[in-house]
Design a protein around this ligand. Structure first.
Ligand SMILES: [Fe+2]
Length: 156
């Protein structure tokens, strides 16, 4: 079956930090992978979801932790609100998994739609807030550039 894309990363989603942009691309890949496994057969969908969901959750957690470290390191004033949005999202996904494991009605299309809508809205609104803030900080720096790399994050 040819792979199709439900979502495609574009420069409009960029938050100005390559590491985060790459992780966001990974999230969109995840959405597309889920989308490509939507089928008419619930048992097949369940088996796939069971197989991939824990890895997906771990990926999301690593991504959120990366963003949160950067926000803390740069004293981003919207940190608490942003962290709360991440935590609420994780709790919602955990609830979804619990319902899934309890055998409640599950459709991969429904979960994929929820994930797509949340990720795109979150990037477009909340992640863009720290993007704007970082640009303000960067403009105050003598060289006009703000560079954050993985090494910097691990030292903090
Ligand atoms: Fe975020």
């Amino acid at each position: 079956m040819p792979k199709s894309e439900l979502v495609r990363w574009s420069a409009t989603y960029s938050v100005g930090i390559k590491l985060i942009d790459d992780q966001h691309k990974g999230l969109l890949d995840l959405v597309n992978d889920l989308f490509n496994h939507v089928s008419a057969d619930e048992a097949t969908e369940r088996a796939y979801f069971q197989k991939v969901i824990q890895t997906a959750v771990n990926y999301v957690k690593v991504h959120f932790a990366t963003e949160e470290k950067i926000m803390l390191a740069t004293r981003f004033p919207g940190y608490a609100e942003h962290k709360k949005a991440h935590d609420t999202f994780v709790l919602t996904v955990v609830d979804n998994i619990r319902d899934f494991e309890a055998g409640k009605k599950f459709t991969l299309a429904g979960f994929t739609r929820f994930l797509k809508d949340w990720v795109l809205t979150h990037i477009a609104i909340m992640d863009k807030q720290y993007f704007t803030y970082f640009k303000q900080i960067a403009s105050r720096k003598a060289n006009g550039r703000l560079t954050i790399n993985q090494g910097d994050l691990q030292r903090r």
